[in-house]
Design a protein around this ligand. Structure first.
Ligand code: KIV
Length: 259
């Protein structure tokens, strides 16, 4: 039995922090799962870090399903959550249900994540939850709204903006979301939201006081062309991979490999 949403709730009560990372293919999903990551998110950051788009907007549901199915084959213990791509859920709760249904039935996701909180999105979350679909919310910097936000900028910096994000997070909890991602907001605001909610908050660029943390895996491994300022790079694989490939090319050309 894999990690459950009930376990995440329990961990919040016990103060046990939740470790979340993203995966986009079988190989990395297997490594993350074996290393003991609690929640594996097939994030729509897939569009940027694996497919080379400049934003998450072009990603289709078909592309997401293709990658999520591969991740499913690598995940045994972690809870697997899949992002609903831009415009596959915003139109109506019924559209969201169809997309979430495909992600769960075809790719074996145990939960879906969607962006935004108030008020239409909270209604959509309630609709999905009533049908038995666990939903993770996502507020603060919501990359699917990048053009409306004027870039990948920190959110909630004014009292009014902070209040709106808090209201959205509460609306998501009231609608039945089992957790909420807080992206790129002031640490003080993230702490206030974390204290007010009974469901776990998962922070990214939101300080140390969330119930869990999430990063985009290629960022922490030093494999991304660009990364946000709040990322900690735990390994510099770009250097190691480049060196290994240069050595291979050189040995093939000089006929050192194969021996
Ligand atoms: O798409 C993604 O990877 C995400 C995380 C950054 C939370 O939404």
């Amino acid at each position: 039995m894999s990690i459950t949403i009930q376990q995440l709730m329990q961990w919040k009560q016990q103060g046990r922090a939740i470790a979340v990372l993203t995966a986009y293919d079988y190989g990395m999903a297997r490594l993350l799962d074996t290393a003991g990551v609690d929640v594996i998110l097939v994030g729509d950051s897939l569009a940027m870090v694996a497919l080379g788009y400049e934003t998450t907007l072009p990603l289709t549901l078909a592309e997401m399903l293709h990658h999520a199915k591969a991740v499913r084959r690598g995940v045994k213990n972690a809870l697997m959550v899949v992002d609903l791509p831009f415009l596959t859920y915003q139109e109506s709760p019924q559209q969201a249900m169809r997309s979430a249904g495909q992600v769960m039935k075809e790719a074996g996701a145990q939960a879906v994540k969607l962006e935004g909180g108030y008020p239409e999105m909270a209604q959509t979350v309630r609709y999905l939850v009533q049908a038995g679909i666990p939903v993770m919310g996502h507020v603060g910097l919501t990359p699917q709204s990048v053009h409306q936000l004027g870039g990948f900028r920190k959110q909630g910096k004014t009292a009014e903006a902070a209040d709106r994000i808090l209201t959205e997070a509460i609306a998501l909890e009231n609608a039945g979301a089992f957790a909420v991602v807080l992206e790129h907001i002031p640490a003080k605001l993230a702490m206030e939201i974390t204290q007010k909610l009974t469901i776990p908050t998962i922070g990214i660029g939101a300080g140390a006081h969330c119930d869990g943390q999430v990063l985009v895996t290629p960022d922490l491994l030093g494999l991304s062309a660009w990364q946000p300022p709040f990322v900690k790079t735990y390994a510099n694989l770009e250097e190691g991979v480049t060196q290994a490939i240069q050595q291979y090319c050189q040995e093939v050309r000089s006929r050192q490999f194969p021996q």
